[in-house]
Design a protein around this ligand. Sequence first.
Ligand code: ATP
Length: 489
Amino acid sequence: MSDDLFKKVVSHAKEYGFVFPSSEIYDGLGAVYDYGQNGVELKNNLRQYWWKSMVQMHENIVGIDAAIFMHPKTWKASGHIDGFSDPMIDNKDSKKRYRADNLLEDKIARYQKDGKTNKAEELQVALDNATIDNDLAKLKSLIVEHEIACPISGTRNWTDVRQFNLMFSTEMGAMAEEADKIYLRPETAQGIFVNFLNVQKTGRMKVPFGIAQTGKAFRNEIIARQFIMRMREFEQMEMQFFVRPGTQKQWYEYWKEARMKWHHKLGFGSENYRFHDHVKPAHYADAAVDIEFNFPFGFKEMEGIHSRTDFDLKNHQEHSGKKLQYFDAELDENGKAYGNYIPYVIETSIGLDRLFLSTLCASYKEEEVGEGDKKDTRVVLSLPPILSPYKVAVLPLMKKDGLPEIAREMMQTLKLDYNCFYEEKDAIGKRYRRQDALGTPYCITIDHQTLEDKTITIRYRDTMEQERISFERLREILASEISWSKLLS
Ligand code: ATP
């Protein structure tokens, strides 16, 4: 059933203009996707939800928009040049490349499906240990020992496991000789670290304070999986919160809770989210946790919260030779100023595309409607209205008698505050269904009575109920129901 739901969501996304494969006329490009006319609206609204809650609702958090290209030394200092890699393995017959850990994870899932719980647990422990120790030979031996075959060729003719750096590189400069290798950023965080002092000084920010940004990141993922779950070009929304050394644990707990609350507010069911603690956090962190969402293919990471210590600022200070310190004039319990230090950092990092996917999966519903001969299934996206691509669909009942004109007039006023959709083609039932599939919370129909008394029929997406109301009443309903306060307060 879950598999089924996922397939339906993927085809719905395509059919209704939410997500298309990139350069589809050339048969697409692996793990790269384009957002269509409705997808871009939903994505913008999700980004805005994040931005409003993280930046505009916090006086001590400000935003930036750093460039994708950064000085190559950035990636040396951050550890990405030396350490940002995944273990890969090739099948010599099919010439297909896989992530070694993914092959083993799939095997664990198969053991579990077949009721071989002991074997699954045993392999999980071995995989965890090999991953923690970065033991490539062990990963290979587990693949051999558990007789894992290539899904394409069916053979077990494997290469050794090697590390594969996930950063894309290109050259900067017009002439090849002058070319200098630069990277497409694999995370947005470093743009914030290198601007730490610029923002702190010009914004007169006092620790604790945060810097946030949203933007594209690029990773040459070895294999693409699960639609927009794992892409080679994706968007991150990150916030780095700079704190006094020694207070990181307390702020880490604070942000864990705040971020989980943010997800719950979407109304997709708190049981669909869970924390997953990292037993051994990455080299730059002293604590890390994922917020996982219950996707149709299981609980998977949607957001990471990391206590990054002073790792990044310290390394940038070392590699750039520029002091990246903060002067804290406040007094400690002994009456002495805290003085100069490199702040510690708590990071919250969420993938916008994964958030988009979770939103589609959670709001996609198929409902039986009608009775007898009229029995039918409707597909509806039960999105929180503030996130819907369109808030109101304006639908004149007929294409004559001045109905389109008055409908356009009403739309002209509504458009100033709400994204509206206008449609006059097809039977009204069909038009309602199309709006349900886009998640439009309100449809209004304009008929001959509208010409007389300016009343319209409002149709509610979730209940499918209809009522005749005045245009003023419609505006009242929209004002109270389509408000950021529903998600932010
Ligand atoms: P994963 O373990 O799934 O590869 P990660 O731990 O490498 O993810 P982070 O580096 O912590 O991810 O990045 C923060 C967030 O960015 C993730 O929680 C995820 O939502 C998003 N993200 C990371 N890689 C991708 C990708 N290839 N495609 C889409 N979103 C991604």
